[in-house]
Ligand binder design. Structure first.
Ligand code: SF4
Ligand code: SF4
Length: 482
């Protein structure tokens, strides 16, 4: 078993063939992509933290209240009955990943994944600030423990813990209301043990991930990297090395050498410790650090930039990249259909539900010479505000309805069952049945009786009206007699 440390020149990623890991210490890099990534990270940290806090129409921009089975997205309110819309969201998300990855490789991983954003935007800068450059970090690691090292390590891990605590609260705020979260923060853990344990577990997992596990999350845990080989092709724009121009490698003055001076700067800055010159690899998260590192080297030795660059394998081999391909059109078409259908469904979705349901027990009773059916209307207020709903029964001649609660006021995302009792005099019911039997043609007459069943049954229609908007939702069920 190899117990010697692997040198930079032998390195092929941070995980050795025997499963052990070499800690990756990343060299500083400057350049246009690094500058844009820093801006993107800052913007994304603000967006990720603010999304559950920003209010649209009085509701959170994003809040997945799983405990109460209600969801707030972009100011709109959804409940469990809207779960079918999740299909369009998830399927659309998967198709969007397919499309973007086929076109632009792992753009998401390098620029927007929270793992990258918080590691490169928060935790690595803390390490750099306290421990210095890559070489200073290596020197510190090799030193025996002394007061200075102890102070640096203690400060670093304390800052990591605070950062993990903040990130865990950001994460939890997507699933727990801000009011609840605030209460948990300011009262003793003894009053909310379960929530406290969850928070501690998430903080611990984040600390472990960002302080130590780091790139292994991308290499070992995340399935997306493994999808790469299935989704990319020769025309996908990835980060690649121009072997035509770069090989054979050699120092600046080596006769016949290509442009690559074999300086290993591209490897030194790589957060997954791979060598981009070995081609497209599963470990490459598309961070573009190697582009900036190599461009810097090329600028210093007066050679054209772009030896490592965003390009397709076809482009790197000297060919012309085809952005429009059959699979791109297919993904785009399916995505458009999914998005269109999802938008139509979301648009047609009623802001409240009113469903007529038969009460349990006997379907009808005969009382005081009349048949009686008992129902209730189940009203769910899906609007973001408190609303009043008025209930009205539409019945054929002779039938009467009793509505003990003709209007109800419901808070947002609450529901209530409102009783509806419908009676029909027995002789009128039976007479209607006789009339239907006699007609024999199954057609409706102007009394509203349903002729299909050839008896005295009819439809009980209940209209529920939102008083503030005037919107009416109709629901109906058959009246049942003997
Ligand atoms: S090979 Fe380049 S783009 Fe890929 S992870 Fe390493 S530095 Fe980033
Ligand atoms: S940074 Fe550029 S020149 Fe240096 S080893 Fe990498 S590809 Fe070659």
């Amino acid at each position: 078993m190899d117990s010697q440390p692997i040198t930079l020149h032998q390195r092929r990623g941070s995980i050795r063939s025997d499963g052990r890991r070499d800690k990756v210490r990343v060299a500083d890099v400057h350049g246009r992509f690094t500058k844009w990534r820093k801006r993107a990270f800052l913007a994304l940290i603000v967006i990720y933290a603010a999304a559950p806090m920003v209010r649209v129409g009085g509701k959170p921009l994003i809040f997945l209240d799983i405990l109460n089975r209600r969801f707030f997205l972009f100011g709109r309110t959804f409940n469990a009955q809207d779960a079918y819309l999740i299909f369009f969201l998830l399927a659309g998300g998967v198709l969007a990943i397919f499309l973007v990855t086929s076109l632009l490789g792992r753009l998401w991983c390098g620029w927007a994944c929270p793992q990258t954003v918080f590691l490169e935007g928060v935790f690595r800068p803390i390490e750099r600030w306290l421990e210095g450059s890559k070489h200073e970090q290596v020197r510190l690691a090799k030193q025996p423990m002394n007061m200075r090292k102890l102070r640096i390590l203690a400060t670093k891990h304390a800052m990591y813990l605070v950062a993990a605590l903040v990130v865990s609260h950001i994460f939890i705020s997507y699933f727990v209301s801000l009011e609840q979260l605030r209460e948990w923060v300011f009262v003793s853990p003894r009053e909310h043990w379960t929530a406290f344990v969850w928070m501690a577990a998430i903080t611990g997992a984040l600390y472990f991930d960002f302080a130590w596990f780091r790139e292994q999350t991308c290499l070992v845990l995340c399935p997306y990297g493994r999808l790469q080989s299935a989704l990319t092709d020769e025309d996908t724009v990835v980060i690649g090395y121009d072997a035509v121009r770069g090989e054979p490698r050699g120092s600046v003055n080596t006769p016949g050498a290509g442009d690559c001076v074999d300086c290993f700067r591209c490897v030194e800055v790589c957060p997954t410790a791979i060598d981009i010159r070995e081609g497209l690899q599963m470990e490459c998260i598309g961070c573009a650090a190697c582009i900036d590192a190599c461009d810097d080297v090329m600028a210093r030795i007066g050679r054209p930039l772009g030896l490592v660059r965003y390009d397709s394998l076809t482009g790197l081999a000297g060919g012309k990249t085809r952005m429009g391909r059959a699979k791109i059109y297919l993904y785009a078409a399916i995505l458009a259909v999914l998005a269109g259908t999802g938008i139509v469904f979301a648009y047609q979705r009623k802001p409240f539900e009113a469903t007529l349901i038969r009460q349990t027990g006997a379907p009808y009773v005969l009382e005081d010479g009349a048949y009686r059916n008992q129902y209730f209307v189940h009203i769910v207020n899906k609007t973001p505000q408190r609303s009043t709903f008025e209930i009205r029964a539409v019945l054929p001649e002779g039938a009467t309805a009793i509505l003990p609660i003709p209007s109800v006021e419901l808070d947002s995302l609450t529901d209530q069952r409102v009783p509806v009792i419908v009676s029909m005099p027995a002789d009128a019911y039976e007479e209607a049945g006789d009339r239907e039997d006699g007609s024999g043609n199954g057609s409706d007459d102007d009394t509203g009786y349903d002729a299909d069943d050839n008896d005295g049954t009819f439809d009980v229609v209940v209209e529920t009206r939102d008083r503030s908007t005037g919107l009416i939702v109709t629901s109906q069920l058959q009246f049942i007699g003997p």
